[in-house]
Design a protein around this ligand. Structure first.
Ligand code: GUN
Length: 295
């Protein structure tokens, strides 16, 4: 079997096209331009690249972005004060704090300062809690993007065995909750899991977000499985790879996401979706939530 490639770039391009139309419509009907505030503290080079991509993506669909850069030596209170100010600013519909924060910052205090109605990353405890009961205001962007890839590719979820490798707060845990909400039977594996292969081999849907190149080899994958590789790893030779041995796994899977060009383009795109949903909600537009089926 040779897996069909799930083309995240092309699916993301379609969603962005839809975003552009919604922003236009919102501007015309209510004079509101969606606004996103992006915070970055310190000089982490990878974070700087992500922030640049997010700001470019906003411009691409007509969202007004505002960048707030703080130095490593700025205090947490200064950052929190600015977040509170923007939480009360009606021109701002989304607030994003790029992670990681410097070690001396209290992550919970910073994220907790974001108005939950503007927490377009879905990291505020209120939004995380909402995932448990299936009614979060903002689904976190990477797992939200994965769900869209699965739906767009016609993958049946209810009743299937889904295995999530990686239990981070940003990807693995919310991913598992979203799959449970859609009635998959979900197992979550992590760094302490013994004999990973005994779990992965049972997966009809295998989601890998461990940050470890070649963690998943061909024999670990059930024939015909759908494999979503969330990993982004830079090898010493400069090559960008996921967490799966792509060659070997694509011989067993029925569908697979490439790296790059799979999940990556979806993450930033879902940030745009959440920001526009927030702006539509603030304008009291009926049906402000982007239904997955609409995208
Ligand atoms: N750092 C790594 N991934 C993310 C993300 O999805 N959102 C934010 N804010 N920071 C990140």
């Amino acid at each position: 079997m040779t897996a069909k490639i799930i083309d995240g770039k092309s699916i993301a391009a379609n969603v962005r096209h839809n975003c552009r139309s919604r922003v236009e419509l919102l501007k015309r009907s209510s004079g509101i331009t969606p606004g996103l505030a992006v915070f970055m503290v310190g000089e982490d080079p990878a974070s700087a690249v992500y922030v640049r991509k997010k700001i470019q993506a906003c411009a691409d669909v007509g969202i007004q972005s505002h960048k707030f850069l703080f130095s490593h030596s700025d205090t947490q209170d200064v950052v929190i004060d600015k977040i509170r100010e923007l939480s009360a600013d009606p021109r701002i519909h989304g607030i994003l704090v790029q992670l990681p924060l410097p070690k001396h910052f209290d992550l919970k205090a910073v994220l907790g300062a974001i108005d939950q109605e503007k927490d377009i990353d879905g990291f505020h405890l209120y939004n995380v809690g909402g995932l448990v009961v299936g009614s979060t205001v903002f689904p976190p962007c990477t797992p939200y993007g994965v769900m869209l890839l699965l739906d767009n590719s016609g993958v049946e979820i209810a009743g299937r065995n889904a295995v999530v490798v990686g239990a981070s707060n940003i990807v693995g845990k919310p991913m598992a909750l979203m799959l449970m909400q859609r009635e998959a039977t979900v197992s979550v594996c992590h760094a302490k899991t013994r004999d990973l292969a005994q779990f992965t081999i049972l997966a009809d849907i295998l989601i890998v977000a461990a940050g470890c190149p070649n963690l998943i080899t061909g024999p670990m994958v059930k024939s015909g499985a759908v494999v979503i590789d969330v990993g982004i790893n830079r090898l010493p030779n400069g090559q960008l790879v996921g967490d799966c041995d792509f060659e070997a796994v694509s011989k067993r899977a029925s569908m697979i996401t490439p790296v790059p060009g799979g999940v990556g383009p979806m993450t930033v795109t879902m940030l745009l979706v959440n920001t526009i949903s927030s702006a539509m909600r603030s304008a009291n537009v009926a049906n402000a939530d982007f239904a997955l089926a609409d995208l």
